[in-house]
Each structure stands twice: as structure tokens, then as C-alpha cells.
Design a binder for this molecule. Structure first.
Ligand SMILES: *[C@@H]1O[C@H](CO)[C@@H](O)[C@H](O)[C@H]1NC(C)=O
Ligand SMILES: *[C@@H]1O[C@H](CO)[C@@H](O)[C@H](O)[C@H]1NC(C)=O
Ligand SMILES: *[C@@H]1O[C@H](CO)[C@@H](O)[C@H](O)[C@H]1NC(C)=O
Ligand SMILES: *[C@@H]1O[C@H](CO)[C@@H](O)[C@H](O)[C@H]1NC(C)=O
Ligand SMILES: CC(=O)N[C@H]1CO[C@H](CO)[C@@H](O)[C@@H]1O
Length: 524
């Protein structure tokens, strides 16, 4: 693979196009196929099904080049294609919803990139087979960064919902709280399965379910329950859990030191289906990528914050550990070609390390595991009594994860896709480990806290297609996809702009709950 220096744009474009129609092409199968179970016990039960195991039902997610996953919803019968985001808790759609009722309130949600704002309206929602009357949502008007028919569905804990805080608990509840409380027989969990565009063997696009599991992965309910770590403020609550101590195995087979300066050695991890690139500490990113000959920490067109860039042929094996269960990361995810870094000195394209040294710090959260992780772990989120109005006896929320990636199959995929069928893995000679000074591992670091408080709310864009003046690519994407989505994805913090999380009005204190029969015992 040698490319003339003169054509980086064309190269970028052609590779981008290479990937995207694939994502498109695999959206349609009624039954996807999936293979690969790395968990030994799961493999015993499910491995027999192997690659022929059909995932039952139609895929409810579409995958845009591994950078965003979307699902269809309707409001008053009108269809919107919304980003699936476990990192925020509000529904927002772009355009005008016919017949929607105006509540007289407005709301604004700021994400890690971009923001959405507009009147809070209500309409009848259809989502995943559930119908909710008078669902509150933000009606965002169409502008240069919001395309008609798009939107975001926030699947995070209701306590972090901005709409709920302005419109009140009960009537202002996010979608899942509404679904769970309108029929208390609906099991209060969701699951998300993300497929991988460009995977030669597993072509299932992805699925999202409410109150049921995707077969043949029913075994996820037997996986260890990871308690959701509770945050100090309800508005800062996310779907989080603790990683095992030193629970990341690096490419050299050794555990990466996750000792925190503040306290303990277990990272608090947020699961965020809206984040394209997992956010890890600088030292974790360096331990994964920094020892690869030719790896560089640099800026990449369209991506905010530095990324490690390295030869696309670099196969790196990284494994995460939760409750003793291994979650191997597919090497196509660890080093991704969803974006390309600056060409190397021979003019060859460089790929990027998807586990990004964090650019976005959040109180109490050490790392954010986004899509590049979640493609390797089917996730089950039990809301417990985080559902608005739930009684304490419902129980504590928890997360279960089922490993999806079989290292041997992943290795074969990588060799086929990235190195023309030739196994170069024995030629990987990592540079000596750099002593870990761990200076960046501490999110309580005073020197950065004021800085990060500002950064946190700065809208920015991961926009491989539009930043840096690559308008042409934007136009091609527009033509391909009818302009219905932006080629970026990185969402999370639902805290409203300009309001620090701690100063958010507590809607429960200010407005007594409208449903007297409910006795909320917890403000999450
Ligand atoms: C969403 O709706 C569009 C248009 O009706 C359809 O082409 C697409 O397949 C749907 N996507 C999913 C994930 O169901
Ligand atoms: C409530 O949920 C249960 C279990 O999913 C279902 O069997 C029942 O039909 C639902 N009731 C209504 C009124 O939708
Ligand atoms: C990664 O793991 C696979 C499966 O165990 C193995 O075949 C391959 O050689 C490993 N590659 C590297 C570079 O360590
Ligand atoms: C891990 O990092 C901490 C903090 O920098 C350090 O005190 C400790 O010795 C390290 N542990 C190992 C095994 O390197
Ligand atoms: C890993 C895991 O949870 N395996 C379980 C799958 O389901 C069977 C039957 O329900 C159990 O026996 C396994 O332990």
C-alpha cells in the first residue's frame, strides 16, 4: 500500500468512501451474523453456534462508518433518525414536529461536541415498539449543524435530564423513564449491541432493545453484575462501573498501572454509546500506543485533541477486565482507519489509536468507554430504582457486559483486512516502557481542574469530513446520505451550558412530583 504524497485528499476520500458504503450496505439484512465469543464459559454455550449464529430480529441500529449509531423513532408519526446516546438523558429532534404541543419551556443541552436547544414540546413517541403519549422533547430548528430529521435519543439516567429539570419530574421525564413507569411490568433494562463496519466476518449492524435481550446473547444476564457507581450529584449521574484494579492488559501482555493519585487503583468507567473514541488517561494511551515504533502523538484533521497515529498494519492486543472477565478489543478497533492521520515519511497513510488521551474531563469519571470499546462488549443496563418514581425496593442499578470478540478470529480479521493476508504480528517489537510518572492520572489535579471546567462545555467537533476545509468530502457525504447526518460523533455530558452541574435547580425540590402515588426515594 503505497500512496503518492500529492493525493492525501483523494486517498482520504476514497478510503472514506470505501468504508461508508459498506456501513450502508450492511444495514439491510434482516438477519445479521455474528461470531466470536471470547469468554470461555460463554463460548462453551454459544460458541457452537459460532459464526452461523443468527441474531434474531431486524437490526434496529444503523452504523455510519463506526462513528455513529442511529435508530429510527417517530413523533406524531413523523420519522426521525436519532443518535443512540447512553451518555445523555434528553430526546432532541431537528425539524418541526407536526401537531406537537408547546410546553412554554425551552431547554439547552451541551454535549462534548455541539449542543441542542429549542422549545420543549410534547408529542406521541414510538420507539422500539413502545408508544408514549405526550413525550417531552427538545425541538431543535434546522441550521448548519443540525440536519432536518436528525436528533439524539439520550438513554442515560433521568436525573441528568435537562428537560426534566425545566419541565418537571413525571411529565418531563426522559423516554425510558416514561416507558418503564407507564407499564411497571416492562422490565427496566435496555441492551445495546454495536456492530463493526469493515469486519469481514461479523456483519450484524447493531441492535438496541428495551426490556428484552438480543438472542443468542441471553447469557448476558448471567454475567457478573457491575454496580453503577453513584455520583455526588444527580445531574452528573451516568452509566458507570468500576474497572478491575489495573484492569487493562496492554499490547505487551502486562497490566497497565491504574493507580490514581487521589485514591485507589480502580478506574470509574462511564459507558457512552455516543462517544466515538474512548477517552483514557494520557498514561494509559501512551502504554497502549506509545511503544509502537513510528507512533506519534499528533493532531488529526477533524478530531479535537491529540491522537496517537501509527502504521495501519499495527496489530495491538488490548484487553479490559471487569469483575475478572476479559474483554479483548478487536485490533481493528484499537487502531482504526475510520480517520487517517498525517502520512508517514514514505507517504503511507497512518491510522489512529482509537483510545484517545482524554480531552474531556468529568468529575469522578476516569475513563469513558465509547464505541470502540462497546463493539467488543454487548451491554445490558438495569435501571434499578433510577427510574423516576421507582420505589427503593426495585434495587440498585447495574451493568452487565458480555464479551463479543474472540481474539483468534479478530487476529484473522486483522490480517485479512490490514496486512493483505500476511501475519506480521511476530514482527511487532515494542519499544521499552517509559517509566510511568502518572501525573495525568488524577482527575482531581488542581492545575487542570479550572481548565477542564471550561473545556467541558466547549462545543467541538470530531468531523473527519468537514473540518480543515474538506468541504468536498462533506458534499460527497451529503450526496450519499442526503445530508441527514454529520460525520462526527462524540457526545456525552448532558449538563446544561453555563450552569455548573452543582448549581442545577433540583426539580424535585422546586416542583413537587406531580404523581402523588410515587415516592421517589432517590434522586438519580
Ligand atoms: C430507518 O428508516 C429508513 C427510512 O424509512 C430505513 O431506510 C432504514 O433502514 C431504517 N433504519 C433502521 C435502523 O431501521
Ligand atoms: C405491560 O407489559 C407487559 C410485559 O411486557 C405486557 O405483557 C403487557 O401487555 C403490557 N401492558 C400494557 C397495557 O401495555
Ligand atoms: C494478538 O492476539 C492474537 C490471538 O491471541 C495472536 O494470534 C496475535 O499474534 C497477537 N498479536 C500480537 C501483535 O500480539
Ligand atoms: C503504579 O503507579 C503508582 C503511582 O504512580 C506507583 O506508586 C506504583 O509504584 C506503581 N505500581 C507499579 C507496580 O508500577
Ligand atoms: C458466561 C455465562 O453466563 N454462562 C452461562 C450461560 O447460560 C448457561 C445456562 O443458562 C449457564 O449455565 C452458563 O453459566
Amino acid at each position: 500500500m503505497k500512496f503518492p504524497l500529492a493525493t492525501p485528499l483523494v486517498l482520504y476520500l476514497s478510503l472514506l468512501l470505501d468504508e461508508l458504503p459498506l456501513a450502508q450496505a450492511i444495514r439491510f439484512p434482516v438477519e445479521g451474523r455474528i461470531g466470536g465469543f471470547s469468554n470461555q464459559n460463554a463460548a462453551r454455550n454459544l460458541g457452537r453456534l459460532g459464526r452461523r449464529a443468527s441474531i434474531t430480529g431486524t437490526p434496529d441500529l444503523s452504523n455510519v462508518g463506526n462513528v455513529q449509531y442511529q435508530t429510527n423513532i417517530t413523533l406524531n408519526g413523523q420519522q426521525f433518525k436519532v443518535l443512540v446516546d447512553t451518555g445523555s438523558s434528553d430526546l432532541s429532534v431537528t425539524g418541526t414536529v407536526q401537531g406537537a404541543k408547546d410546553t412554554g419551556k425551552t431547554a439547552e443541552v451541551t454535549y462534548a461536541i455541539g449542543a441542542t436547544s429549542g422549545p420543549v414540546k410534547t408529542a406521541t413517541l414510538d420507539f422500539e415498539g413502545y408508544t408514549v403519549k405526550d413525550q417531552a422533547f427538545i425541538e431543535q430548528s434546522v441550521d448548519s449543524s443540525h440536519d432536518e430529521g436528525g436528533g439524539i435519543i439520550g438513554l442515560g439516567p433521568g436525573g441528568a435530564s435537562v428537560v426534566q429539570s425545566v419541565y418537571g419530574q413525571g411529565q418531563g421525564d426522559p423516554v425510558l423513564d416514561r416507558i418503564f413507569r407507564q407499564n411497571t411490568s416492562t422490565p427496566n433494562f435496555i441492551t445495546i449491541l454495536l456492530g463493526r463496519a469493515g469486519d469481514p466476518t461479523d456483519t450484524f449492524v447493531g441492535d438496541i432493545t428495551v426490556g428484552e435481550v438480543v438472542q443468542p446473547f441471553g447469557n448476558i444476564t448471567q454475567q457478573p453484575k457491575l454496580p453503577v457507581t453513584q455520583m455526588a450529584h444527580r445531574s452528573g449521574q451516568h452509566w458507570t462501573a468500576l474497572l478491575d484494579a489495573n484492569g487493562i492488559i496492554g499490547p505487551d501482555g502486562q497490566k497497565i498501572n491504574t493507580t490514581k493519585k487521589s485514591s485507589g487503583n480502580r478506574f470509574n468507567v462511564m459507558f457512552d454509546s455516543g462517544f466515538t473514541f474512548p477517552q483514557v488517561t494520557k498514561s494509559v494511551a501512551a502504554a497502549i500506543y506509545g511503544r509502537v515504533p513510528g507512533a506519534k502523538l499528533t493532531t488529526v484533521t477533524g478530531i479535537t485533541g491529540d491522537m496517537w497515529t501509527l502504521p495501519c498494519s499495527t496489530e495491538l492486543n488490548v484487553t479490559f477486565l471487569f469483575s475478572g472477565v476479559q474483554f479483548p478489543i478487536h485490533p481493528l478497533d484499537t487502531v482504526t482507519n475510520a480517520f487517517y492521520g498525517p502520512p508517514d515519511e514514505h507517504g503511507n497513510p497512518t491510522c489512529i489509536g482509537a483510545f484517545q488521551p482524554t480531552t474531556d474531563e468529568q468529575e469522578g469519571i476516569d475513563i469513558i468507554l465509547g464505541m470502540s470499546f462497546l463493539r467488543n462488549a454487548y451491554i445490558f443496563i438495569n435501571f434499578g430504582d433510577f427510574v423516576d418514581g421507582a420505589l427503593a425496593k426495585v434495587g440498585d442499578p447495574y451493568v452487565q457486559l458480555l464479551p463479543l470478540t474472540d481474539p483468534a478470529e479478530a487476529h484473522a480479521d486483522f490480517v485479512q483486512v490490514r496486512t493483505n493476508g500476511v501475519d506480521h504480528s511476530s514482527q511487532l517489537h515494542l519499544l521499552p516502557a517509559v517509566p510511568d510518572n502518572s501525573e495525568d492520572d488524577d482527575d482531581d489535579d488542581d492545575s487542570s481542574s479550572s481548565d477542564s471546567g471550561i473545556k467541558k462545555y466547549l462545543p467541538y467537533i470530531i468531523a473527519g469530513s468537514v473540518a480543515g476545509g474538506l468541504i468536498l468530502i462533506a458534499l460527497v457525504l451529503y450526496a450519499l446520505f442526503g445530508g441527514s447526518r454529520r460525520k462526527y460523533r462524540r457526545l456525552h455530558d448532558p449538563a446544561p451550558a453555563g450552569l455548573p452541574a452543582t448549581s442545577l435547580p433540583n426539580p424535585y425540590d422546586n416542583h413537587p412530583p406531580p404523581f402523588a402515588q410515587y415516592q421517589p426515594s432517590r434522586r438519580y
